[in-house]
Design a protein around this ligand. Structure first.
Ligand code: SF4
Length: 182
């Protein structure tokens, strides 16, 4: 897998201060995509063991709320093999920090309820490491600059853990002052 960018101290892609990993490769090709440079799977740098370690290390301080993975498209099958152990490792290391994933695929597609390119034997497990999934393609006709953490109104901020345990879509809410996993 290649990645396009890592943003440290990111406050735009999830609550609090985060490390955000922008992976390379996306087949959605949304009109007016904010990051079309990362559509190619060959764009950017190789996601090596050293890069993983650097990201883990960056999340060590207490004031870092968590990790965000976006792109590009994290759930393209080409990216799942590298992201699954990376996210699993993060979860084991930082059980109280949050993981957000942005995807152009929907929750239903990632979990296999609706078949799509992203539906693989890894996609469900990869999703299970997330606290919040921001799902759905960017639709320019539904673009709304007032929305928090999403670009168009079709996209949902899904509380992954509550949704997986209840079997029904539960939207994320930041009514509580913290978004910690517990
Ligand atoms: S899913 Fe995201 S990265 Fe991919 S084309 Fe759409 S807006 Fe761009």
């Amino acid at each position: 897998m290649n990645y396009a960018e890592i943003k440290y101290y990111d406050i735009a892609n999830g609550p609090g201060v985060r490390t955000s990993l922008f992976v390379s490769g996306c087949t959605h090709k949304c009109s007016e995509c904010f990051n079309s440079i990362a559509w190619s799977f060959d764009y950017g740098e190789r996601f090596t063991e050293d890069v993983c370690k650097k990201i883990y290390k960056s999340c060590e301080p207490e004031y870092i709320t968590g990790l965000t993975v976006l792109g590009g498209e994290p759930f393209e099958p080409e990216n799942q093999g590298a992201l699954l152990p990376f996210l699993g490792g993060f979860r084991a290391m930082y059980p109280d920090k949050s993981v957000w994933i942005f995807s152009g695929y929907t929750f239903e597609q990632i979990t296999g309820k609706e078949k799509a390119r992203c539906t693989t034997e890894l996609s469900g497990e990869m999703l299970s490491y997330a606290d919040v999934l921001v799902d759905g393609r960017f639709e320019k006709d539904k673009k709304d600059l007032t929305l928090r953490f999403r670009g168009s109104s079709n996209q949902r901020l899904i509380d992954v853990q509550k949704t997986l345990s209840s079997g029904e879509i539960v939207l994320w809410s930041d009514d509580l002052a913290t978004d910690s996993r517990h």
